[in-house]
Design a protein around this ligand. Sequence first.
Ligand SMILES: [Zn+2]
Length: 267
Amino acid sequence: MRPALVPTDCLPGLTDTHCHLEDSAFDPDRLAVLDRARQAGLVRLLLAGTDVTDSRAAAQCARQYPDFLRFAAGIHPHAASQADARALDALRELLADSQAVAVGEIGLDYFRDLSPRQDQRRAFLAQLALAREFHLPAIVHIRDAVEDALSMLAEAALPRRGVWHAFSGDAGLAERALGLGFYLGAAGPITYPRAASLREVFRRAPLDRILLETDAPYLPPQSDRGARNEPALAGEILRRLASERNLAPERMAAATRENANQLFGWE
Ligand SMILES: [Zn+2]
């Protein structure tokens, strides 16, 4: 993956509440990526885990930069078959860390079906129970599994709710997710030319329920499609959000930062 061309402009006070800085895609230059994130105005990044090993790596990374990074521990639906009792105990150990601010990323992905659906549902339920046990919000990845996900989330009745990561549904689905108390994650796809209806969803969503996410190294915004995404590109997503809503970028940055503080309990 070719690294993105990162612009040099800075928008102070940005938060990226979903990236995978621990991913091996960043092994060659993680420090430089962190530096560019700070230069772009990011003040906090949340690293989302995708399995036990990756969640441990995220925790390790967060420990090195306690002023800048937080992490979430979880098993992604693609890896759901790994979520046995031992793996769940390993997650418990990680979630007890004071820098762990969420359970994730967890969910259902019937589009890629990389784990059997039955395993996905079992892993999702078990990790929703962890979110209750640790009184933490959940970061959910849902693809082509909306009805199963909504009923499982409704039943889970999480005390701290969570965020629908990289939300890409229609207005009706947004309403149902918001109705469950969930935040909507705005990521790179809102910058794509053909995403007019998705932008419309984010234009209408309550300002106090939107989070800014890059999902780096995945989902680069329009200017760098095909490249390795990185947190320093969060500003492009933020500016698009702001212009859609006719808000100053600084105001939109403050809103998404306050929302992150609220949901993840950041200071
Ligand atoms: Zn992700």
